[in-house]
Design a protein around this ligand. Structure first.
Ligand SMILES: [Zn+2]
Length: 438
C-alpha cells in the first residue's frame, strides 16, 4: 500500500510534465521529456539517499548534530572536514577508513557531504558515491569504519493498462511509466501504427515493465519492457519482448512468434501526413489522370527521411522530375526510392550501406513537386508496388528451438499480466489508489 501511495505522488508530478504534449510523438518530444524525467529521478534518488544516511546515523547516535556541507572549489575532503570543525586526528582517521571503499578525490565541487557530530566529536561522514549508493564512515569503538550503502530498492513487474486520455504519452506517464517505456512502445509499433493518425483518446493500451522503487514507492529506475499492447480502430496488436538465441538485443514478436519488425517500413518518415496514396489520381501538375506509383507524405522541409530497410544505396543525386533522389537496393529483389529531397544526409552516395531507420536525407520540394513532401516508392523486381501490400515482406518468424523458448517466455509474461491484473482489481475493490485505471 505504501508503494501505491508513493507512486500516486510520482504520477502527479510526471503527469504535469506530460501535459500539453498531445499527440506530438515525433521530433524532439523524447529529448525534452527525458531530460525532465532524468532530473526528477535524480531528485528522488537524492532524497532517498539522504533518508538512508540519516537513518544509519540516528540508529547509532541518539544525540547527534548534522552539518550539511558542500565541497568548495579546489577543496579536499580533509579540508572540508577541518572547515566543518573536525579535529586533525578525527579527519585523518575518517579519511584512512575510506581506503579501499572510495577515493575522496572523486568528490566534485558543489557535491554535498553530511557530517555528524556528537558532543563536538566527529561521529560520521556521508556522501553520495553514485546514483543509488552512498558512502558512510562512522565512528565505532575501534575507530572509523567506512562502507558503501546501497539504497534499498524493491523490484516489481509493473503493469499499466488504461485508456488513452488526451494522449498515450501523457496517460502512460501519469500512471508511472517513464519516457523509456513510451519510446520502446513507439518503437515496437512503428511498423504498424501511425501515432498521429491512428491513436485516439479512448484507445486501450497496456505496458508490462520492470520497475525498481524505493521505500516510499517512487520509481527510481525501470528495467526491461516485457510487453506492449495497443488497441486502436485498426485492431488489437500485442507484442512480447524476446531475446532470440544468437541475437544481441531483444526484439518484439506477436503471440505467434512473428517479428513486429518488417523487412521494409511502410512509412519511412516520422510525423508526416499521408497526402496521396498509391493508385490512379489526377496529377496535380500535369492535369490528367495517371497512375501514382508511389506514396506521398506531406511534411515540412528538413524533416528526416529514413531508410525503409537495410540495404545499399544505388543512386543518390538529382534525377529529372524526382528532384533530389535516393534509391536503395534491399534483399529479395526489393528496392525503395525517395524523391524531392531538399538535401542528402552526410555520407549518402551510391555504394553506401544503410541500416533500417537510418536518416538518408531530408524532405524538400525539388523536381516536379507542388509542395514539400516525400514521394516514396517500393519496387519489386523493378516494378512499383503498393507499400500497403508489404506485409508479405515481413521480418523473420521464430521457428524450432527459438520458437519453443519464445513460447515459454510468452507464457511467463502472460501469467505476470494476469497476476498484476487481478491485483489491480483487488486494490480497486478495496478502495486503494490503483496503479492502473479500468
Ligand atoms: Zn508522389
Amino acid at each position: 500500500m505504501k508503494a501505491r501511495k508513493g507512486l500516486a505522488a510520482f504520477a502527479i508530478m510526471a503527469g504535469a510534465l506530460g501535459l500539453g504534449l498531445g499527440l506530438a510523438w515525433n521530433t524532439g518530444l523524447f529529448g525534452g521529456g527525458s531530460a525532465a524525467a532524468a532530473a526528477q529521478t535524480a531528485q528522488i534518488r537524492e532524497e532517498a539517499a539522504r533518508r538512508a544516511e540519516h537513518l544509519a546515523f540516528t540508529e547509532a547516535y541518539l544525540d547527534h548534530e548534522t552539518r550539511e556541507m558542500r565541497v568548495a572549489s579546489g577543496e579536499t575532503l580533509a579540508g572540508l572536514l577541518v572547515r566543518a570543525g573536525a579535529s586533525r586526528d578525527e579527519t585523518n582517521a575518517a579519511l584512512a577508513s575510506l581506503n579501499g571503499v572510495y577515493d575522496p578525490r572523486r568528490l566534485r565541487p558543489g557535491q554535498s557531504v553530511s557530517l555528524f557530530f556528537s558532543d563536538a566529536r566527529l561521529t560520521g561522514v556521508a556522501f553520495r558515491s553514485e546514483p543509488g549508493a552512498s558512502v558512510t564512515a562512522n565512528r565505532t569503538t575501534a575507530g572509523f569504519a567506512a562502507r558503501e550503502v546501497l539504497m534499498p530498492l524493491t523490484f516489481e513487474n509493473a503493469r499499466i493498462a488504461a485508456q488513452v486520455e488526451t494522449s498515450l504519452y501523457a496517460t502512460a506517464l501519469s500512471l508511472g511509466a517513464t519516457d523509456r517505456e513510451i519510446a520502446a512502445l513507439a518503437d515496437a509499433f512503428s511498423y504498424d501504427v501511425d501515432f498521429q493518425r491512428d491513436v485516439r483518446p479512448g484507445d486501450d493500451f497496456e505496458l508490462v515493465f520492470e520497475r525498481y522503487y524505493d521505500d516510499e514507492g517512487n520509481t527510481v529506475r525501470t528495467g526491461d519492457l516485457l510487453f506492449v499492447a495497443l488497441e486502436t480502430r485498426r485492431g488489437q496488436r500485442n507484442f512480447y519482448s524476446f531475446l532470440a538465441p544468437g541475437d544481441a538485443r531483444p526484439d518484439w514478436y506477436d503471440a505467434d512468434g512473428k517479428s513486429a519488425r518488417r523487412f521494409l517500413m511502410r512509412t519511412p518518415i516520422n510525423g508526416a501526413r499521408l497526402s496521396s496514396g498509391f493508385g490512379m489520381r489526377r496529377h496535380p501538375i500535369l492535369g490528367y489522370s495517371r497512375m501514382h506509383r508511389g506514396t506521398d507524405f506531406a511534411a515540412p522541409i528538413g524533416t528526416p527521411i529514413l531508410a525503409a530497410g537495410e540495404g545499399t544505396v544505388v543512386r543518390a543525386g538529382p534525377f529529372s522530375s524526382y528532384g533530389n533522389y535516393v534509391r536503395i537496393r534491399h534483399a529479395n529483389g526489393y528496392e525503395t526510392a525517395y524523391a524531392h529531397m531538399s538535401r542528402f544526409a552526410r555520407g549518402i552516395r551510391a555504394g553506401t550501406r544503410v541500416r533500417q531507420g537510418q536518416i538518408i536525407g531530408y524532405v524538400g520540394n525539388t523536381g516536379r513537386s507542388t509542395g514539400p513532401h516525400l514521394h516514396y516508392e517500393v519496387m519489386r523486381r523493378g516494378q512499383q508496388i503498393n507499400p500497403i501490400n508489404l506485409q508479405v515482406a515481413n521480418g523473420r518468424n521464430l521457428t524450432g528451438r527459438a520458437l519453443e523458448l519464445f513460447n515459454i517466455e510468452r507464457q511467463r509474461i502472460d501469467t505476470l499480466r494476469q497476476v498484476r491484473a487481478s491485483e489491480t482489481t483487488e486494490a480497486a475493490l478495496h478502495g486503494a489508489a490503483a496503479v492502473a485505471t479500468p
